[in-house]
Design a protein around this ligand. Structure first.
Ligand SMILES: NC(=O)c1ccc[n+]([C@@H]2O[C@H](COP(=O)([O-])OP(=O)(O)OC[C@H]3O[C@@H](n4cnc5c(N)ncnc54)[C@H](OP(=O)(O)O)[C@@H]3O)[C@@H](O)[C@H]2O)c1
Length: 350
């Protein structure tokens, strides 16, 4: 086997998968070969500059060192253990393995040492909204001791994959004259527009629901923010009060955070901690359009809570397809290689 790892990208035709392929190339990830996989629908299709899409079968998944998955939870549950059994370390973007105690849930700048225990051969990438807030929250936690967050997200259509973006793009022209349509026909103008991916028509609208019903009126997307934040930051008692909202933006999630700390927060100290943290940039007016296609997580509107010296308000923006998914997956792959944590490295030193 050559020194450079052989890499499978599962879900290579999807919104995240296509970006993972671009990021691997853009960061000059040294691979002996990159093989794209997708569903039977796409098998045999040529991806320009990448290769022919392979189908997932027992005879096609052998000989890989790394398998980067973004093909949904059902595919990950079925095929990630098979890739792992065949010798690969799987880095999975779905929610299938995130809360498994034997699977590390990793943000590359926040808890890279969790990669020291990969018991199932699988590493999980967090949900894209959780991912984006982990960087500033870790910076502030190290400085002041995080106790509680109230998080309200403004999530892009692209968080629901290619179909999520296609649905929004199809709705916009139907409302090209939205102001008049809305003024004359009222809510009926928007309400009659077809939708199946988002919980309500999204064009010119704001939809306060993402995901499936979970407990006590919360959606599963909201509970991911609670559970994944606690696991990544290793704060099992962290209080998290989440609200997830879909907005008519193609790419880029925003989160308004009200964070409360053990120790009083000084504004200058908070700025210094955020500025020093890798992957974070400060921006007075961060917007998803400005940060689409950018690696950094932007933090702005940093304000002391006028009624509580232990609390801070801040607005966080990150590209859900990049740091929220593809970039972090590739950064984990880079860490695994740099730290000698691929299965064949470990076998050689056992
Ligand atoms: N979009 C985001 O911002 C984001 C962020 C973080 C995590 N994620 C997670 O990443 C995963 C992919 O999301 P996405 O947004 O890229 O979705 P997407 O655009 O719908 O792409 C889905 C990909 O999965 C493939 N696929 C579907 N069923 C399959 C099967 N049975 N076997 C093999 N491949 C199959 C599709 O192949 P075909 O083209 O052949 O159908 C496509 O390549 C999801 O688990 C999602 O929760 C997404």
């Amino acid at each position: 086997m050559s020194a450079a790892p052989r890499v499978a990208v599962v879900g290579a035709t999807g919104a995240v998968g296509r970006i993972m392929l671009e990021v691997l190339v853009g960061r000059q990830f040294a691979a002996s070969e990159i093989v794209p996989f997708a569903s039977e629908r796409s098998a045999g299709r040529e991806l320009p500059g990448v290769g022919v899409v392979a189908p997932l079968r027992e005879d096609t998944i052998t000989g890989f060192d790394l398998a980067l998955f973004s093909a949904g939870g059902a595919t990950s549950r079925e095929w990630a253990p098979r890739f792992a059994a065949a010798g690969a370390v799987v880095i999975d973007n779905s929610s299938a393995w995130r809360m498994d105690p034997q699977v590390p849930l990793v943000v590359s700048e926040v808890n890279p040492d969790a990669l020291g225990r990969i018991e199932r051969g699988i590493v999980a990438n967090p949900n894209c909204t959780t991912m984006v807030i982990m960087l500033p929250l870790k910076a502030l936690h190290d400085a002041f001791g995080l106790r509680e967050i109230v998080a309200t997200s403004f999530q892009a259509a692209g968080g629901a994959g290619q179909k999520g973006m296609d649905e929004l793009a199809a709705q916009v022209p139907l409302l090209h004259n939205a102001r008049e349509q809305l003024v004359s026909a009222g809510a009926a103008a928007i309400a009659s527009i077809e939708h199946s991916i988002h919980a309500a028509p999204l064009a010119y609208n704001v939809v306060p629901w993402l995901g499936s019903p979970a407990a006590d009126g919360y959606s599963d997307e909201e509970l991911k923010l609670v559970n994944e934040s606690r696991k990544i930051l290793e704060l099992p008692d962290l209080r998290v009060s989440p609200t997830c909202v879909r907005v008519p933006v193609m790419v880029g999630h925003c989160i308004e955070l009200h964070a409360t700390f053990e120790r009083p927060v000084d504004h200058a100290g908070a700025i210094a901690a955020l500025e020093a943290f890798p992957g974070v940039v400060l921006d007075e007016l961060p917007t998803p359009v400005k940060y689409a296609g950018r690696d950094e997580v932007a933090v702005g509107r940093i304000r002391a809570d006028p009624g509580d010296s232990h609390s801070l308000n801040l607005f966080v923006v990150g590209d859900n397809l990049l740091k929220g998914a593809a970039l972090n997956a590739v950064q984990i792959a880079e860490l695994l290689v740099a730290r000698g944590l691929l299965r064949r490295h470990l076998a050689a030193t056992a």
